[in-house]
Design a protein around this ligand. Sequence first.
Ligand code: SF4
Length: 290
Amino acid sequence: MPFTSNDSTTSSSPVLTRESLRPDCGNCFALCCTALGFSRSTDFAIDKPAGTPCQNLDSDFSCTIHDSLRPRGFRGCTVFDCFGAGQNVSQNLFHGISWKAEPETTKDMFGAFKVVRQLHEMLWYLTEATTRTFDPNTSNQANDLRTAIETAMDDPQQVLALDLGEMHTQVRSVLMGVSEEVRSSYLATGDDHLDAALVPGADLMGKEMISQSLCGADLRGAYLIATDLRGCDLSGADLLGADLRDARLEGADLSKALYLTQAQLNAAQGDARTLLPSDLESPPHWFNNR
Ligand code: SF4
């Protein structure tokens, strides 16, 4: 199904807030533990094909090793974020009736979850874009897209037929425009040698960048794996899709970073001095390695 934000059905305001785009596992039929697959690696102790329940899944859709995921080799489970897609698919699209209760819905429910997760991720970024842009027209454009995406999630068959490519293109255009606006409001203060390395997709893996001012840097899609960002100021830095696995964020200021997600923080290292946006939180493993 083609996607357009100009559809006449998109005249109402969006209703999903950032709070409702946070996972609510108690209202989800463990869709990430069933629909998705993962391979044995440093993040997952086992191979699990997509569409099959994890061996650690309990009959009530809870995880039997929830309190010891990292020590048991399931770090990936503590990093993953469904952006609230799990509860939306379980409770709204499939009306609170699980794939166990109605096995004939399993294929559609798992398929819808994969699509809705992408839609919710877009909503997460667009919601931020509406509040970070200085241009009311851009804010309206982002809100129109949010409404169009929400409207597209009315029923499972509609979700499964969506043209995500067109949707991604429209969302990306708005996000990049807002990024430019926000970043240009910050003055780059680092040395020239460092600034030259701060480009989208930059490979900064393992680099020591302690206490640098990275304000307004375009780090979209950058590889910041194990990068030492302790004490850095990332105000206005675009972190869309940046890989922050094991990045050191102790004492860093990310409170005004752009397009930051909980999954990025869950993959990184930080401490009580790390400053975060008000709608994100320090993951437990920053304090107790669990
Ligand atoms: S280990 Fe637990 S959280 Fe991870 S996929 Fe399995 S059941 Fe889900």
